[in-house]
Each structure stands twice: as structure tokens, then as C-alpha cells.
Write a protein that binds this ligand. Structure first.
Ligand code: GDP
Length: 184
């Protein structure tokens, strides 16, 4: 009989960002659902688990979605409670949502738990590439400049993805899982 050296850890990961940036869509992708153009005005906070394996380490991410409660700025303390990682979402076509990350969502973590592992995630790159207003897009360079200005939080990744086409989505979750697994 050989003892298994497999280590298993589970981490709570929360989605933060202004309304409309794609949190629920990302959550649905994570849960294995397909993309839908429809918005769900559900006010129920949901969570979903997925397990990733790196060699002899197994990491389960338990992803939480605000499901619209951020609209009233009424995210509960329970939402943040015991979270290991936070994903700051913005819409790459909407500078206001990138400002929202800086003025609302990053400070909300700073106040509660500056040891949390965080990620910057720009969404809807599928629109950005075709936009004639491309100069207004939030570029990855811009996001990196902002990242390097954050000196009091751990930013473990800086992504731009499309939940619609799934570009970069799998890599995002893998990186989150790996970063948390390395933290153990
Ligand atoms: P939330 O308010 O942050 O939860 O945002 P939702 O997930 O409800 O998304 C808001 C809208 O953006 C919905 O109509 C989605 O279909 C759309 N959306 C989400 N992700 C993408 C994406 O990657 N590309 C495009 N084109 N639309 C997206």
C-alpha cells in the first residue's frame, strides 16, 4: 500500500467589476455553460467549483459571482469572506469600467484583505479588434502600467480575454489555479 502524495486544496475566487463587464458570462463559462447574449438579472449570488491538476497537486477553484448585486453596491461581506483570489474585470471597450476597477474594486480589496492574490482581466476583446473607436480601448499596455502602479497588492496576472469566443479564458483559470497552488 502506497500513500498517495496527492495534495488537494480548495480556494474561493471572487469576481469583481462594474455591471455589464461580463462577470456572469465568465461564471457561466467556468460552470461549463455556453455563451449567451442575454443578461440575467438574477440577484442570487452563486458559486461553482472546478478542479485543476498540476502534477501531484490538485487545486479546486470555487468561483463566486455577484450575479448583479454590485449594481446596488451591496456586495455583502460574506462575498469577500475567506476569498483567496479576486478577479478584477473590466470591458476593454469601456474606459469607465477600467476606472471602476481602480476607484471601486481594487480599493475594496485593499480595505479588506491586501494579501489576496489578484488578477486584472479585460473582457470583450472580440469587439475591440473591430471597433472604429479603437483609440478608446483599454490596451494591455495600459493595464500593465496600472499593474505596476499597484505596490500594495499581489497582482499575479494581467489578461485580456473574450468570454464570447473563449479566447484566453481557459488560460486565465489555469493561471489562477496555478498561482494559488504555488501559494500553498
Ligand atoms: P455582468 O453584469 O458583469 O455579470 O455582465 P454579463 O455577464 O451579464 O454581460 C453583460 C453583457 O455583455 C451580456 O450581454 C453579455 O452577453 C455580453 N458579453 C459578455 N462577455 C462578452 C464578450 O466576451 N464579448 C462580447 N461581445 N459580449 C460579451
Amino acid at each position: 500500500y502506497k500513500m498517495s502524495a496527492l495534495s488537494r486544496r480548495s480556494f474561493k475566487v471572487i469576481l469583481l467589476g462594474d455591471s455589464g463587464v461580463g462577470k456572469s458570462s465568465l461564471f457561466a463559462r467556468f460552470s461549463g455553460d455556453s455563451f449567451t447574449e442575454a443578461t440575467f438579472a438574477t440577484l442570487q449570488v452563486g458559486s461553482c467549483r472546478r478542479t485543476f491538476r498540476f502534477g501531484d497537486r490538485e487545486v479546486t477553484l470555487e468561483l463566486w459571482d455577484t450575479a448583479g448585486t454590485e449594481r446596488m453596491l451591496s456586495l455583502t461581506e460574506n462575498y469577500y469572506h475567506h476569498a483567496s483570489a479576486a478577479l478584477f474585470l473590466y470591458d476593454v471597450n469601456d474606459q469607465a469600467t477600467f476606472l471602476g476597477v481602480q476607484s471601486t474594486w481594487v480599493p475594496s480589496i485593499r480595505r479588506r484583505d491586501p494579501t489576496m492574490t489578484t488578477f486584472l482581466v479585460g473582457n470583450k476583446t472580440d469587439i475591440a479588434s473591430t471597433s472604429k473607436y479603437a483609440f478608446e480601448n483599454v490596451t494591455l499596455d495600459e493595464a500593465r502600467r496600472y499593474e505596476s502602479s499597484i505596490i500594495d497588492l499581489k497582482v499575479a496576472g494581467n489578461f485580456q480575454v473574450s468570454v464570447k469566443t473563449e479566447e484566453g479564458v481557459h488560460e486565465l483559470f489555469e493561471t489562477v489555479a496555478e498561482a494559488l497552488c504555488g501559494d500553498v
